[in-house]
Design a protein around this ligand. Structure first.
Ligand code: HEM
Length: 323
């Protein structure tokens, strides 16, 4: 058995989850103009460079992470909740990176020859439900009536506590640290990713009380570029692969720098592209594919939910970051 990848995903749970998510979108957007089932509120689609460390340790070299390699990238920043809401609400914040110019054959049918590769992160170190079954239970319970929610909360105190912790107030997206939360293959190793700011962005006022995260992002990026360090966390002996609720404790190794360019990003073209693009952890080189129970389940979920919201009209992957 391949410890990292072999997780059997129960078909019944998968079917109920997809049915529920599609039904929610139909109800939320009766005109058929579907946004994402999760992370629908976009703060911005940003142009970036990803520069792999020139002195990357040789055991970490891969086709993707080649020392000194510079990639263009597009970054979509979002709130995690299922509905578009005020930034004042406690929430999880998403940081999705589309790396552009990646050679090699990718995993997903229909995207095999694309020159892109995605990496999805959020500003909490673990994934509270832990397993795929736990995730489905939680989603179905929180989609139901009050009694169902109360029953779920009382019977899953720890999960609910962790989920509440993961939804936080956020003052500035540029000052957050983002985590893959779940493990990935890295050639022969299994790792998690962490993206942390190199320095704190200067504070700035915001007038729009419901959309201040975009306003601050624009204000900061108008004045200067902003850098993050992309780090690897190697798996240590007892770090679980199939339970994403448990945080790994190993040290971080910096592998690349992500530079958000100084830019005006809130344009109609950029907003449209941000809505239309899809990010999935399975749009990747085989050597960097997701590992573990949640990772395996996400392959089908993102493919089907993205196709659903696009009414099966595939949107081509970008070949550069100009838009
Ligand atoms: C079984 C667990 C999960 C389910 C059911 C799920 C479901 C989804 C769905 C349906 C979307 C919208 C896809 C689209 O329409 O294109 C999405 C987006 C997203 N998910 Fe997950 N997800 C899960 C786990 C995770 C984990 C572990 C992370 C870790 C960081 C994550 C981060 C994100 C981010 C950042 C986005 C927004 C991507 C974008 O900007 O397009 N998700 N998720």
């Amino acid at each position: 058995m391949n410890l990292a990848t072999d997780a059997s995903i129960p078909q019944e749970e998968m079917d109920s989850l997809l049915l529920e998510l599609k039904q929610q979108l139909r109800e939320r957007y009766p005109d058929g103009k579907y946004l994402r089932a999760f992370h629908p509120k976009m703060h911005g689609l940003l142009q970036a460079y990803l520069d792999v460390r020139t002195d990357l340790p040789s055991e970490l070299e891969s086709i993707l992470f080649t020392p000194g390699k510079r990639y263009e990238a597009l970054v979509r920043l979002s709130n995690g909740s299922r509905t578009v809401a005020s930034d004042r609400k406690k929430d999880l914040r998403g940081f999705a990176i589309k790396i552009i110019g990646v050679p090699g054959i990718k995993v997903l049918e229909g995207k095999k020859n694309a020159v892109t590769q995605d990496l999805l992160l959020a500003n909490y170190p673990s994934f509270p439900p832990g397993t795929f079954k736990g995730t489905v239970k939680g989603i179905l319970a929180t989609s139901g009536g009050l009694l169902k929610k109360i029953f779920f909360a009382l019977t899953h105190l720890r999960t609910v506590w962790r989920a509440l912790q993961s939804a936080k107030h956020c003052e500035n997206l540029l000052n957050e640290t983002y985590f893959s939360q779940v493990p990935y293959h890295y050639e022969e190793q299994v790792v998690k990713y962490v993206l942390r700011p190199k320095s704190l962005a200067p504070s700035c006022e915001a007038k729009d009380k419901d959309n201040f995260l975009k306003e601050r992002l624009q204000e900061n990026l108008r004045k200067s570029e902003v850098q993050f360090e992309l780090c690897l966390q190697k798996r240590e002996a007892n770090d679980p692969i199939h339970n994403a609720a448990i945080e790994w404790k190993g040290p971080l190794v910096v592998i690349a720098t992500l530079t958000l360019l100084s830019q005006e990003f809130d344009t109609p073209a950029r907003r449209t592209l941000g809505e239309n693009l899809s990010f999935t952890p399975w749009h990747t080189l085989h050597d960097h594919r997701p590992a573990g129970d949640i990772g395996i389940a996400r392959k089908k979920i993102y493919e089907i939910m993205s196709a659903f919201r696009h009414h099966d009209q595939a949107v081509p992957e970008p070949t550069n970051f100009n838009c």
